[in-house]
Design a protein around this ligand. Structure first.
Ligand code: OOB
Length: 544
């Protein structure tokens, strides 16, 4: 079967191996190796659990045996949607152990996204959090959603439910999978280091989000190099404040960088100042990562006095990325939180830029960092792909040892988003400083960056267009003081206009994640030229 992976040309691959970037390590043995080296040290704290490397490894082995008992095998795709609890690591490492490919989803995703992820990846199983308690009417019922998705997805054999509440009607609890696991873990496997290890979800610019195949070689290189750039040591305690299955808290350096180094990962159930700053104090956290709105909330909470009593003296590094962090906010981090700031400009497709420990404060406040690797190739070009003069703003193109050469099974999209010589068109507008640092100046892609959460305009427009009263729709970004951007939908109706609230409810009922529901809906006769140009978005899309 076609693996869905666009490989690097052999001469590049050989170069990356010769440079030691691609060292042949694979995810199936990652945890066993760390357990041998760091066994009794604490690996993960979260969801009421506190596991050493040995315990995490033992649990992952047992769950792997249980998964194997269900028939999950090497090469199978399994969509994982779990919140920040220790269990998420147990599940992901159990899948790695079998050579199965996790497909990462976020807790905010709903039936539309999860259904698409399962279908596009050809998943055999879906792992979701437990149902809310009977008395809890506000929390989302993931198992009910998952069972519905399974009904519509051929090949999706198992709905597996984590968390303390375990099984739900039509689903299997992870507890039952563990209990049924035979004592012996299946034999170890040796996957191709150049093969796909997992699928990551792209922020997306088109109607349906694309899947990103990352290989053992490329991803583990980015993890090791990130751990080094961030100067991680076994004494570091990393707070996972963002949903950990996102690329930033996973690998930049994220929980994988910390587990690679022998440190401890503390998982926050939510990113609020009270929860996170409380955990920094209680667990003596040294490093954490936030998107700009979360960093702003933490800064405000300390400055306003609400969290001023916290002892944050252990914290040495706050990473901020996912969306542009304004220089004014960046300058507050040192004085208010008493730690260093690191700006992180990355993408699930690959390229990650960091400001460095040796950078001066002004560079850290005003740039989004420079690439991880000496072999990251960065071009800044005009709309005809010609290099712009040094320091001018242009489109960022990149290729390198950990940037994909193509999305999963998407040949037409790949032809548009990658140049003939393999550069990824990021859709970001940047300028490069004389030191090689990048400053993000804007975006050319049809995407809204809502505080780090990415919304593909076309995806939301397509859902709006399905409403019988909607003739045309255009979703655009508008500025927001906290989120950076929020979304506004312009809608042209046929006949009487429905209430804005009804359209929002309609999108929710179609199973769209909450963050994609337009913050504002505006009815109009024609699209405003200032926001979207004179051409109808739909007309544009229908033109081949
Ligand atoms: C991270 O990954 P994605 O895949 O959710 O989003 C990537 C896009 C970038 O192309 C850019 O448009 C935007 O998010 N972005 C930033 C930024 N960091 C990401 N825009 C301005 N300033 C920044 N610092 O968001 C991601 C992946 C790994 C590490 C960090 C972030």
């Amino acid at each position: 079967m076609h693996s869905g992976l666009t490989p690097w040309p052999e001469n590049d691959a050989a170069r990356y191996r010769a440079a030691g970037y691609w060292n042949g390590e694979v995810f199936s043995g990652f945890l066993a190796e760390r357990a041998r080296r760091f066994g009794p040290r604490t690996a993960v704290i979260g969801g009421g659990q506190r596991w050493t490397y040995t315990e995490l490894h033992r649990r992952a082995e047992r769950l792997a045996a249980g998964f194997a008992g269900l028939g999950i095998a090497a090469g199978d795709r399994v969509v994982v949607q779990l919140p920040n609890t220790a269990e998420v690591f147990e599940v992901v490492f159990a899948l790695f152990r079998l050579g199965a490919l996790p497909v990462y989803a976020l807790p905010a995703h709903r039936a539309a996204e999860i259904g698409h992820l399962c279908a596009a990846s050809g998943a055999v199983a879906l792992v979701v959090p437990g149902a809310p308690a009977e008395s809890d009417r506000r929390s989302f019922d993931y198992p009910a959603m998952a069972v519905r998705v399974r009904e519509e997805t051929p090949g999706l054999a198992h709905v597996l439910v984590g968390g303390p509440t375990g099984a739900a009607p039509g689903a299997t609890g992870l507890d039952a999978v563990r209990a049924a696991a035979p004592g012996i873990a299946p034999p170890g496997i040796a996957p191709d280091p150049g093969g796909t290890a997992f699928l990551q979800l792209s922020g997306g610019t088109t109607g349906l989000p694309k899947l990103i195949p990352r290989t053992h070689d490329d991803y583990l290189y980015s993890v090791r190099a990130s751990a080094e750039i961030c100067e991680l040591t076994p004494d570091d305690v990393y707070l996972g404040a963002l949903p950990v299955l996102h690329n930033f808290p996973m690998s930049s350096p994220g929980f994988l960088g910390v587990l690679h180094t022998g440190g401890a990962v503390v998982l926050a159930p939510d990113p609020s100042p009270a929860t996170c700053l409380g955990l920094v104090e209680a667990e003596r956290v040294t490093v954490t990562a936030a998107v700009p709105p979360v960093a702003l909330l933490w800064l405000d909470a300390v400055e306003s006095g609400a969290q001023a009593h916290r002892d944050l003296s252990s914290l040495r590094l706050l990473q901020v990325g996912g969306a542009k962090f304004a220089a004014e906010a960046a300058r507050r981090v040192g004085p208010v939180l008493g730690c260093r700031l690191q700006q992180v400009f990355g993408m699930a497709e690959g390229l990650v830029n960091y400001t460095r420990p040796e950078d001066d404060d002004e560079t850290v406040a005003t740039t989004q960092g420079r690439p991880i690797s000496p072999d990251d190739e960065v071009r800044v070009v005009d709309s005809a792909d010609r290099d712009v003069p040094p320091g001018a703003v242009g489109h960022l193109l990149t290729r390198g040892p950990y940037t994909i050469r193509g999305y999963y099974n998407a040949p037409e999209h790949n032809a548009a988003v990658f140049t003939a010589d393999g550069f990824y068109r990021t859709g970001d507008l940047v300028r490069r400083t004389p030191t090689g640092h990048l400053v993000v100046e804007g975006r050319a892609k049809d995407q809204i960056n809502r505080g780090g959460e990415k919304i593909a305009a076309e995806e939301v427009e397509n859902h709006l267009l399905a409403h019988p009263a909607v003739h045309d729709a255009a979703v655009v970004a508008e500025p927001d003081p906290y989120l950076g951007e929020r979304s506004r939908a312009y809608v042209i109706v046929r006949g009487p206009a429905p209430a804005a609230g009804e359209l929002r409810r309609y999108l929710r009922d179609r199973g769209l994640a909450d963050y994609k529901i337009p913050d504002r809906v505006e009815f109009t006769d024609a699209f405003p030229a200032t926001a979207v140009g004179k051409t109808s978005r739909r007309g544009l899309r229908d033109t081949p």
